[in-house]
Design a binder for this molecule. Structure first.
Ligand code: FRU
Length: 541
């Protein structure tokens, strides 16, 4: 039997929601069970799996990989048509004015951040249809200036047998005029929804339309569970390395490395990171680069113990120093990348003029219940990385200055000053004992307190509309004063502390009119640059 006869039995291409192909089978998930040809004798089984009707066929030799890819392409065309209305933004007072947010639905990790053929490309994990984590797509934005981002056709949809439950995170390579996307294909098989994971490739000649090649790594390496994902490709010593976040079969987070000479054929090297000891049950979203002569490995370890009693979230993010011994990296000195509430899954890339710039997800895996309506989560401001005293520092990219509308010089005290907007770039130095109140109205305030007794900076969002249970974050500091650069938007704040030695990032939901600020514990001078709106990163008719 051919694939086209399976499709006919399933009620035609328009009736196919997903395709899967485990264990020499082809599974077609249909949209409407009534359209199945009841007189056929070829179906091995018709099952109801998690509210989906699945038809299973034995995969015959007639069915080639390229036929399955062609079926995926047709499903993708339908998906792209279906999601068209979801590319229009829903209006909402919490919508950021200059950060990237999804038009509708749920955004998570930045993906494929790269400079390619004179333009920057930034993709993100997107579920368009609701504010929940489900079958992820890659939304696609491009920019010439790293500040104004333009919507492009959705690059990858969960349309194929290897990614039909999610085109998961990955990175991009700009190679011989081609834009190559490496990502994790996620599928769920059977009533237990067993996870199947492959590492996949898609390429584009025009940087806009992508062709899927399917898995370049189809099997799990020894010693890991199906939690192995988020490929990052780096070049070192004349070979390509693919870095993956992995979970070992004894439930430890580790870094898996594959090697290749041609980007298509990959051989498993080994799992790295044993020297880090117990660093959680899973590592996600690795990145690795050399800066100022030192290698760093960024990783999202899940389930590590928190450094602070205020922070009860299992998902952390930070970096190791990496030292190469021949071809083997050894990891040490883990440090957090962010001390706020909402920061995860960052990616870095190198700009046209050689700066290493980071984009992160301003959100957390388990926190989807927030006051924004019809959309949830956003990306962080872009941050240039540098090394000071062996540590990674982050600083808003210089291009941010293009958004400055006007500058105010304020002498802040207990007396509230209403600046009429939540979108600003502020510089202020706090003495120990002082606190700065932002987004203030009768009901709300975000409090940033330089607490003298314990010499720590406290970020307190208990008087805001955030629905997450945890309300405070702390950052221990030893400096004489606390120098802050604060990037604010309609529902977020990013505090760059002491020249970017530490950052605290948070979503902050307050009433629309909460646009005043004040200082307790004496006066403080502030320079406040009011920011204009960036180009809306959506498809707008
Ligand atoms: C991190 C993550 C990745 C995965 C993606 C799925 O937030 O869990 O590991 O690829 O999100 O959306």
């Amino acid at each position: 039997m051919s694939l086209s006869s399976f499709i006919q039995i399933a009620g035609g291409i328009e009736n196919i929601a997903r395709v899967l192909s485990p264990d020499e089978r082809v599974i077609l998930v249909v949209l409407d069970a009534k359209l199945i040809d009841q007189h056929n004798t070829e179906v091995e089984s018709v099952e109801q799996v998690q509210q989906e009707t699945q038809l299973t066929f034995v995969r015959t030799e007639m069915i080639t990989d390229s036929q399955l890819i062609e079926l995926g392409r047709q499903i993708s065309e339908r998906q792209l048509e279906q999601l068209r209305p979801f590319c229009q933004p829903v209006p909402c007072d919490y919508r950021p004015q200059w950060h990237i947010s999804p038009p509708q639905g749920l955004l998570n990790d930045p993906n494929g951040f790269i400079y390619h053929n004179g333009e920057y490309h930034l993709f993100y994990q997107w579920y368009p249809y609701a504010c929940v984590h489900k079958d992820k797509h890659w939304a696609h934005l491009t920019s010439k200036d790293l500040v104004n981002w333009h919507w492009q056709p959705v690059a990858l949809t969960p349309s194929d047998w290897f990614d039909s439950h999610g085109v998961f995170s990955g990175h991009a390579l700009s190679q011989d005029e081609q834009l190559m996307l490496f990502y994790t294909g996620n599928t769920r098989i059977g009533p237990q929804r067993d996870r199947h994971t492959t590492q996949c490739l898609a390429t584009s000649k025009d940087g806009i339309h992508f062709e899927k090649y399917g898995p370049v790594i189809g099997e799990l390496p020894p010693g890991v569970t199906s939690h192995i994902r988020d490929p990052k490709i780096i070049r070192r010593n004349d070979e390509w390395l693919m870095l993956l976040g992995a979970q070992t079969t004894d439930l430890k987070g580790r870094l898996a490395i594959y090697r290749s000479n041609d980007l298509h054929h990959w051989r498993f090297d080994k799992l790295y990171g044993d020297e880090t000891g117990d660093m959680g049950y899973m590592w996600e979203c690795p990145d690795m680069f050399e800066l100022d002569g030192q290698w760093f490995a960024i990783i999202g370890p899940q389930g590590i113990e928190s450094f602070s009693k205020y922070n009860t979230i299992p998902h952390h993010n930070g970096y190791f120093k990496a030292t190469w011994n021949e071809n083997s990296p050894s990891l040490s000195d883990f440090a957090h990348l962010d001390y706020g509430f909402d920061f995860y899954a960052p990616q870095t890339m190198v700009t046209a003029d050689g700066r290493r710039v980071l984009s992160g997800w301003m959100g957390l895996p388990d926190e989807i219940d927030q006051p924004s309506r019809g959309w949830v989560h956003q990306l962080t401001a872009l941050r240039e990385l540098s090394v000071r005293d062996g540590k990674l520092c982050q600083w808003p990219i210089a291009e941010m200055s293009a958004l400055v509308d006007k500058q105010l010089e304020l002498s802040l005290s207990q007396q509230r000053i209403d600046i009429g907007t939540k979108c600003f770039d502020m510089s202020i130095t706090l003495e120990w004992g002082q606190s700065l109140n932002l987004f203030v109205d009768q009901e709300s305030a975000l409090v940033i307190k330089a607490e003298q007794e314990n010499q720590r900076l406290i970020l307190d969002r208990s008087r805001t509309l955030n629905r997450a249970m945890d309300t405070q974050r702390e950052l221990p500091l030893t400096s004489q004063k606390v120098k802050l650069r604060i990037l604010a938007d309609n529902s977020s704040v990013e505090l760059f502390v002491n020249g970017g030695e530490a950052v605290m990032t948070s979503r902050v939901f307050t009433n629309k009119c909460a646009t005043a600020m004040s200082v307790n514990g004496g006066e403080a001078n502030a320079i406040v640059k009011i920011l204009k709106a960036a180009t809306a990163p959506f498809q707008v008719n």
